[in-house]
Design a protein around this ligand. Structure first.
Ligand code: CA2
Length: 143
């Protein structure tokens, strides 16, 4: 069965517990559950992970590549706007990476307007809350 890695960056472990007005009230576990249900219908397997450490995300991108994953869905959170290392890792692998955000960074502070991930990703889905992840999974299934 084709697998899709769903990688989540710093502070997303707090999802649903803080700042619900910006990020919604679903927890990361809730989103994982929704993705599992959708993945089953699409005939995909998901591997969902979260880390507050940039190097873990780099290592997991390499792992997704080595495992021959069909796609990676990546919410790099704050590292989106800072990480040349994530940009380089996405460029270095052959697995397509779909950038995802709960909020729409372009409607927020100007420091969120640049994405090092977006310049290397196949596409970006942002602004639809937890539904951004489901849209990304549907996009992954069609790659
Ligand atoms: O909208 C998104 O998905 C973001 O990737 C979320 C990041 C932010 O830095 C990006 O600009 C856009 C922040 C994730 C922090 O998550 C929290 C969750 C609950 C409470 C506080 C932070």
């Amino acid at each position: 069965m084709d697998s899709v890695f769903v990688l989540n960056g710093p502070n997303l472990n707090l999802l649903g517990l803080r700042e619900p007005a910006i990020y919604g009230s679903d927890t990361l576990d809730d989103i994982a559950g929704m993705l599992e249900d959708r993945a089953r219908a699409l005939g995909l397997e998901i591997d969902m992970r979260q880390s507050n450490h940039e190097g873990h995300l780099v290592d997991w991108l390499h792992e997704a590549n080595a495992a021959g994953a069909k796609a990676v869905i990546l919410n790099a959170a704050g590292f989106t706007h800072t990480s040349v290392a994530l940009h380089d890792a996405i460029k270095a692998i052959s697995v397509p990476v779909i950038e995802v955000h709960l909020s729409n960074p372009h409607r927020r502070e100007s420091f969120r307007h640049n994405s090092f991930v977006g310049g290397a990703a196949i596409g970006t889905i942002a602004g639809f809350g937890a539904f951004s992840y489901l849209l990304a999974l549907d996009a992954a299934a069609r790659l």
